[in-house]
Design a protein around this ligand. Structure first.
Ligand SMILES: [Zn+2]
Ligand SMILES: [Zn+2]
Length: 349
């Protein structure tokens, strides 16, 4: 075991503070990574504060990790010291269920192991990226091909990027498709960039008219203020696919009405209280579907990183020193960030 400096919470009511954790020595298939940057995801806050009632303490969040390989086990074939790599939301899965066999480890039927807060169905705690280093099985390490100056802004691709990329790919977003993205936050701004790069006609739905210019800069072809019924009505039954990143409970009917026959509304925001049930007629009359999607598998996460490197896509970020993390959480709750905080891990000492 190696003593590792980290930043985390010791209880739901304590702010995050410096603490020490122990990392395992790299095993034969492990990669040891010095962490350069870690993105700040809303799940980090939910976990640190035990808002999902499953937090193991001490809790060290962070699952948008970019770093440099410093050591590899004897059987590691894909990575060597000096490589620039990423780690996302998972660090292990059973590797033998049907989902794992198909490279969809995020749906592992025996439960994947989160980068922090341990296995989904119980087990020892794991600690995430708010720390100086991490040791990960090479199967869960991603290669980063972006330029050195882009690395901080690459970090959010590991959760926000793949969470939006996977459903856009699954529902075949591309040229000739009209695609809606609901909400312009950490996830939504990635959804707009990715759907635009895939060649779709992208419409951003927002409740804030002030976001129009920024949405267009990010790649939206049109911006619709979702509270404006007249604007919404102009798009009735015209969308192939709508991706909602909104994590607050809201009425889904106004968005379902915008889907074409066989269109899909996919939800990736997880509200604390359920959405009101939509009107079933809205589904029946045009065979519309409501779906959900969870991050992406390791193979697809690599595909996303390569797609982003090729298209020059990164997240829009605000870099912070680790000591500002508690303040960053408060600002994130107010939506006061364009569009993702990233911690410069060099500030951890
Ligand atoms: Zn996340
Ligand atoms: Zn599995």
């Amino acid at each position: 075991m190696t003593q590792t400096r980290a930043y985390g919470a010791t209880s739901a009511s304590e702010p995050l503070a410096p603490l020490n954790i122990e990392r395992r020595e790299p095993g034969p298939r492990d990669v040891k990574i010095d962490i350069l940057y870690c993105g700040v995801c809303h799940s980090d806050l939910h976990t640190a504060r035990n808002e999902w009632q499953n937090t193991l303490y001490p809790s060290v969040p962070g699952h948008e990790i970019v770093g440099t390989v410093t050591a590899v086990g004897a059987q590691v074939t894909q990575f060597k010291p000096g490589d620039t790599v990423g780690v996302g939301c998972m660090v292990d899965s059973c590797q033998h269920c049907a989902s794992c066999a198909e490279g969809e480890e995020q749906y592992c039927e025996n439960g994947f192991t989160g980068t922090y807060n341990g296995p989904m169905f119980g087990g020892e705690n794991t600690w995430g990226g708010y720390s100086e280093n991490i040791v990960v099985d090479e199967k869960f390490v991603l290669r980063v091909n972006h330029n050195a100056e882009q690395l901080a802004a690459v970090a959010p691709l590991l959760c926000a990027g793949i969470t939006t990329y996977s459903p856009l790919r699954h529902w075949n977003v591309g040229p000739g498709k009209k695609v809606g993205i609901v909400g312009l936050g950490g996830l939504g701004h990635m959804g707009v960039k990715l759907a635009h790069a895939m060649g779709a006609h992208v419409v951003l739905f927002t409740t804030s008219p002030g976001k129009q210019e920024d949405a267009k800069r990010l790649g939206a072809d049109e911006v619709v203020v979702s509270k404006d019924q007249a604007q919404m009505a102009q798009h009735t039954a015209s969308f192939d696919f709508i991706l909602s990143t909104v994590a607050a409970s809201h009425n889904l009917d106004p968005f379902l009405a915008l889907l074409k026959r066989d269109g899909t509304l996919c939800l990736v925001g997880a509200p604390e209280h359920p959405h009101p049930s939509p009107t079933v007629f809205n589904l029946i009359l045009k065979r519309r579907q409501i779906a959900g999607s969870l991050i992406g598998g390791i193979r697809e996460t690599q595909e996303m990183l390569d797609f982003c490197a090729k298209h020059g896509i990164v997240s829009d970020i605000e870099m912070i020193p680790i000591k500002d993390i508690n303040q960053a959480y408060e600002r994130m709750l107010k939506g006061d960030v364009k569009y993702r905080f990233v911690i410069d891990m060099a500030t951890l000492d």
